[in-house]
Write a protein that binds this ligand. Structure first.
Ligand code: HEC
Length: 290
């Protein structure tokens, strides 16, 4: 095996080993980072949903309160406006899911499904939890899911959610007297549930990984090329020339010119020794001939 091949094989093997060892931690760091990104996107979306809720209860509801006694307008309900706005948002980002799921909802569409019920029960069991984060397995792949508790903090909520007699008659006429009542102050009655497919995260992780491997490989191959050029110029080609000259001299060819390699490196010192040896050989031969 030539010097160049040995050199290249050792470097490439070292590079591949190094890459193999660093790709695994890189994957996990990148995954962590992408999940944090998802988490902060969800935090922004939640703030958005809460802002819409607040806008509805502070700006819209008071304006239409009188009208609601004649005909109940779901548009004045914070939960309705937050979820409707999110449906519009999904036209731009269909991969994001949002639901204000409740165990005993006013609108049957908000009834918690089995998996949502489990999240709500977890939040109900521990009132100190500010959110529940999990990666959920579904038929359509894993989903990153965050649930924030919906807890009744204000007495005003109970106007419509305690008993049908307290609620506006127009609301009871629209939603019926069975669901969405009996909620207690400080009770967690449901959850704001956000969900995003993990495939989005995986896509970003693989893109980061491809970028990392691509950049490292590009740098490595440029270095390898540079090292090969240097190896060729500084070592292989002078050694080959010297070997050729030594071969000719050993066959008795005295016309071979002296080997010239200026500089202070090891090859230059080898070439000087070689020339000296050759001169000694020449004079020894001459002495023998005389
Ligand atoms: C004016 C009556 C009214 C008030 C006040 C009110 N809600 Fe509601 N709430 C409703 C109605 C009606 C719905 C169903 C809306 C729909 O069709 O999506 C609802 C829906 C909800 C939902 C979604 C689950 C479900 O029941 O369908 C949550 C959660 C909720 N309200 C929480 C609250 C909280 C918290 C407050 C206090 C800040 C509050 N509500 C105040 C009437 C009211």
């Amino acid at each position: 095996m030539g010097l160049r091949l040995k050199f290249n094989v050792v470097l490439i093997v070292c590079y591949l080993l190094g890459l193999g060892v660093s790709v695994v931690p890189f994957y996990y760091i990148s995954r962590q980072e992408v999940i944090e990104q998802l988490q902060s996107q969800i935090a922004v979306l939640r703030a958005q949903a809460l802002s819409i809720r607040k806008y509805t209860s502070e700006e819209v509801q008071p304006l239409l309160a009188d009208f609601s006694s004649v005909q109940f307008l779901p548009q004045t309900v914070p939960s309705f406006s937050a979820q409707t706005a999110f449906r519009n948002f999904r036209e731009y980002y269909p991969e994001f899911f949002y639901k204000e799921a409740a165990l005993n909802p006013t609108n049957p569409a908000d009834l918690a499904e089995e998996w949502e019920r489990e999240l709500i029960e977890t939040l109900r069991a521990d009132p100190s939890l500010t959110r529940d984060v999990r990666i959920r397995e579904t038929e359509r792949g894993d989903h990153y899911t965050v649930a924030y508790p919906l807890t009744i903090r204000s007495e005003s909520c109970l106007e419509c959610h305690s008993t049908p007699d307290r609620a506006p008659a127009s609301m009871v006429a629209l939603y019926g007297p069975k669901n969405g009542f009996g909620w207690q102050l400080n009770e967690t009655i449901g959850a704001q549930i956000f969900s995003v497919p993990m495939s989005i995260a995986e896509e970003r992780i693989w893109r980061n990984l491809a970028l990392f491997v691509g950049t490292a490989s590009a740098i490595f191959f440029v270095l390898l090329l540079l090292l090969n050029i240097l190896l060729n110029r500084l070592v292989i080609s002078p050694v080959l020339r010297m070997a050729k000259a030594a071969e000719a001299v050993s066959m008795g060819d005295t016309s071979v010119p002296e080997f010239e390699h200026t500089g202070k490196d090891e090859i230059a010192s080898l070439s000087r020794s070689f020339n000296r040896m050759r001169r000694s050989l020449d004079s020894a031969m001459k002495m023998l001939e005389a």
